[in-house]
Design a protein around this ligand. Structure first.
Ligand code: ATP
Length: 314
C-alpha cells in the first residue's frame, strides 16, 4: 500500500492547469513628453481595458514551451523573443525556480495594433505562472516584474481605467463611478511598429512640425466621472495620432469615417493602426460597426466595452 507521502506526490508534482484571460488596452488620453536619456519618452496616459481578450493556459512541464492559435499564428515567433516566454522566465528568475511550464496562447488581439497585445500576453503569462508555481509573490512584487518586461505590462495586470506615468509603467487606478463605455475597434490589414511611430514623433518635433500637444488629462477624467459619452467624445486625444497618420496616410480615411458612420468620436489607439470609435450605447456600437464594415475602410471591426478587469485566472 502507498504511504501518505507517495499518495501526495503526484498531486504536488503536477499542479492543475491555469487559464488566464487578459484584455486589450486603448488609450483615452496619451501625451508624449520629452525623450529621456534611457531612450523612453515621458508619458502621461489614461489606459482603458476593453473586452477583447487573449487567453493563456499554463500547464506543468519539464521545459518552457509556447504554442499558439488565432491572430498571427504561423508568423509570431514562439521563441525567447515572445513576451509571454520572457515573462515566464523573468518570474522564474525572481523566485529562484526553474522556468518549467507549457504555455498555450489563444490570440484575438491583432499584432502590432496599438492595443498592447504583446504586453497583454506577458501579463497573462505572469499571472498564469504565478498561480501555477504558487509563488506567493505580493501584487506589488508582481507589478515590479511586470514593469521590467514592458511599459504597458503593469496596466494589463491591473486593468480597469488607470493613469499611467513615467514611461507608462507607473499606474494608479482612476476612481470613476461604475459605468460601461461602448467602443468599436477598426482593425487595419497591417501593423505599425511602435518604435517607428515614436521615431516619427521625434523627427516631427526636431523639424518644428507643430502638431497639437495633449494637455493634462483633467478634462477627460471629469468626463469619465460624468458618464456622458458626448462629453467624453470631446476629450479623447492621442499625441501619437499625427505621426501614425504620417506613416500610414490611408488611416485618415478610417478616422474620417467617424462622421459618416455617426460615431461620437474617432481616435487612433496608442501607436496605431487600430482606430477606436466611441458609441452612445451597445445598439449604436453595433450600427457603427456594421457601417464601418460596409464602407471598406478597415479589415474588420469588434464592438467592445470597458473598463474590464486585467489579467485574471478564469
Ligand atoms: P503597444 O500598443 O504596446 O505599442 P502593439 O499593440 O502595437 O503594442 P504588440 O502586438 O504588443 O504591438 O507587439 C509588437 C511586437 O512585439 C510584435 O511585432 C512582435 O514582434 C513582438 N511580440 C513579442 N511577443 C508578442 C506577443 N505575445 N504578441 C504580440 N507581439 C509580440
Amino acid at each position: 500500500p502507498l504511504d501518505e507521502a507517495e499518495r501526495e506526490r503526484p498531486r504536488l508534482g503536477r499542479a492543475a492547469p491555469v487559464r488566464v484571460r487578459v484584455p486589450a488596452k486603448i488609450n483615452l488620453h496619451l501625451r508624449v513628453g520629452d525623450l529621456r536619456p534611457d531612450g523612453f519618452h515621458e508619458l502621461s496616459t489614461v489606459y482603458h481595458a476593453v473586452s477583447l481578450y487573449d487567453e493563456i493556459t499554463a500547464r506543468s512541464g519539464d521545459t518552457l514551451t509556447l504554442t499558439m492559435e488565432g491572430e498571427g499564428a504561423g508568423h509570431l515567433p514562439l521563441d525567447e523573443s515572445n513576451l509571454a516566454i520572457r515573462a515566464a522566465r523573468l518570474l522564474a528568475e525572481h523566485t529562484g525556480r526553474p522556468p518549467y511550464a507549457r504555455l498555450h496562447l489563444r490570440k484575438n488581439i491583432p499584432i502590432a495594433g496599438g492595443l498592447a497585445g504583446g504586453s497583454a500576453d506577458a501579463a497573462a503569462a505572469l499571472v498564469a505562472c504565478d498561480a501555477l508555481w504558487n509563488t506567493g509573490l505580493t501584487r506589488d512584487h508582481l507589478a515590479d516584474i511586470a514593469a521590467e518586461i514592458g511599459s504597458d505590462v503593469p496596466f494589463l495586470v491591473l486593468g480597469g481605467t488607470a493613469l499611467g506615468t513615467g514611461r507608462g509603467e507607473r499606474v494608479s487606478p482612476v476612481l470613476a463611478p461604475g459605468h460601461t463605455w461602448h467602443w468599436v475597434l477598426a482593425f487595419a490589414d497591417d501593423g505599425l511598429s511602435t518604435p517607428e511611430v515614436y521615431a516619427e514623433i521625434d523627427r516631427r518635433r526636431a523639424n518644428g512640425i507643430a502638431d497639437a500637444v495633449a494637455g493634462e488629462a483633467d478634462m477627460l477624467l471629469a468626463a469619465l466621472r460624468q458618464r456622458d459619452p458626448e462629453i467624453l467624445a470631446a476629450t479623447l486625444v492621442n499625441d501619437l495620432q499625427a505621426p501614425a497618420l504620417a506613416l500610414r496616410p490611408e488611416l485618415m480615411r478610417t478616422l474620417m469615417a467617424a462622421d459618416d458612420v455617426d460615431a461620437l468620436a474617432g481616435v487612433i489607439s496608442g501607436s496605431g493602426p487600430t482606430c477606436v470609435f466611441l458609441a452612445a450605447d451597445s445598439r449604436h456600437a453595433a450600427a457603427i460597426a456594421a457601417s464601418l464594415e460596409r464602407s471598406g475602410v478597415c479589415r474588420s471591426t469588434a464592438t467592445v466595452t470597458g473598463p474590464v478587469a486585467g489579467a485574471r485566472v478564469v
